[in-house]
Design a protein around this ligand. Structure first.
Ligand SMILES: NC(=O)c1ccc[n+]([C@@H]2O[C@H](COP(=O)([O-])OP(=O)(O)OC[C@H]3O[C@@H](n4cnc5c(N)ncnc54)[C@H](O)[C@@H]3O)[C@@H](O)[C@H]2O)c1
Length: 285
């Protein structure tokens, strides 16, 4: 249902790959709420993915760009202003990739060139986006920029690997750039820390199936879906959140404030049988 929350607003959505992508859902919701947008993804993702299908459906243009390339980003912002007919009101950074995760390198055996790539694609690209936008003065007063994060930025999660470091940096960039961009241009910069979600990037995380279940059992409201994340992004792009900036906003059904839930404990105790002796005493191996 539309509330016209983004009526007359112009936006750029980075990172829609296929119809499971969080950015895909955000693009659909943004247009539904009255915005006009452009889409961007890497040239290979545009060729191999389903971005064109989304663009046709929403009647919007795709501007291919590698988000690690400042030249490419300059083109995305300049062209978007031209196509949409004015300054940009909102931007979604929905980009993440770790070659170490892809190549199954563990955190204590990282390849450092790959780590550079992880950080560049998943975090520094956010800084590049903000710097390009600010230099071009491409974002309007009260504009809103969001990047998507994960709770592993603050706490250790098995298998999240060097993406945890990338997310920590991403959240730090939102604070550091948010101060400058807010002070000088009134632009808001935030990260939304989303529940584990079944997407192409999400499925790269080790043990994703169990992580989804554990996270769901730990969260009083259950895991947040990609569609629900899109709803939250829309509110953050809208004029209803004009004074929210430099925040990492948890959108995770309450997971990040939990220690242990009854549902998770019950599940856990079932698994304890493997680790008890014949008298039922737990063996700590
Ligand atoms: N899926 C989850 O469980 C989850 C949870 C929390 C946060 N997130 C974050 O949400 C964001 C979106 O991921 P998703 O889950 O929708 O998966 P996804 O695979 O659909 O999206 C990741 C996108 O990043 C793009 N990308 C990769 N390298 C790029 C580059 N160099 N330049 C431009 N784009 C590039 C990919 O083409 C893809 O469209 C990511 O930042 C991810 O870390 C995901």
């Amino acid at each position: 249902m539309s509330h016209n929350l983004l009526k007359g607003k112009r936006g750029i959505i980075f990172g829609a790959l296929n119809n499971m992508s969080i950015a895909w859902k955000v693009a659909e919701r943004a247009v539904e709420e009255g915005a006009i947008i452009t889409l961007s993804n890497t040239p290979i993702a545009v060729r191999m993915g389903e971005v064109d299908e989304l663009a046709n459906k929403l009647n919007v243009q795709v501007i291919p760009a590698d988000a690690t390339s400042v030249d490419d980003l300059e083109t995305v912002f300049a062209k978007s202003v031209e196509i949409l007919g004015g300054k940009i009101d909102f931007v979604l950074h929905s980009i993440g990739m770790s070659p170490n995760v892809r190549k199954k390198r563990t955190y204590d055996d990282l390849d450092y060139k790959m780590l550079d790539k992880t950080l560049d694609v998943s975090a520094v690209s956010f800084h590049k986006m903000l710097q390009v936008a600010k230099k071009q003065d491409a974002i309007s007063e009260c504009g809103s920029v969001i990047a998507l994060s994960y709770v592993a930025a603050q706490r250790s999660f098995f298998g999240y690997n060097d993406m945890a470091d990338a997310k920590s940096l991403l959240e730090s960039i939102a604070r550091s750039f948010g101060y400058i961009y807010g002070r000088e241009k009134g632009v808001r910069v935030n990260t939304i820390s989303q529940s584990p979600t079944v997407t192409t990037a999400g499925s790269g995380v080790k043990g994703m199936e169990h992580l989804l279940d554990f996270s769901n059992k730990m969260s009083p409201l259950g895991n947040a879906t990609a569609e629900e994340c899109a709803d939250y992004c829309i509110v953050m792009f809208s004029d209803l959140t004009k004074k929210v900036t430099m925040q990492n906003l948890f959108h995770d059904g309450g997971f990040s404030s939990m220690g242990m839930s009854l549902r998770a404990m019950n599940q856990y105790s079932k698994g304890m049988e493997d680790f008890t002796d014949e008298d039922g005493n737990v063996i700590y191996g």
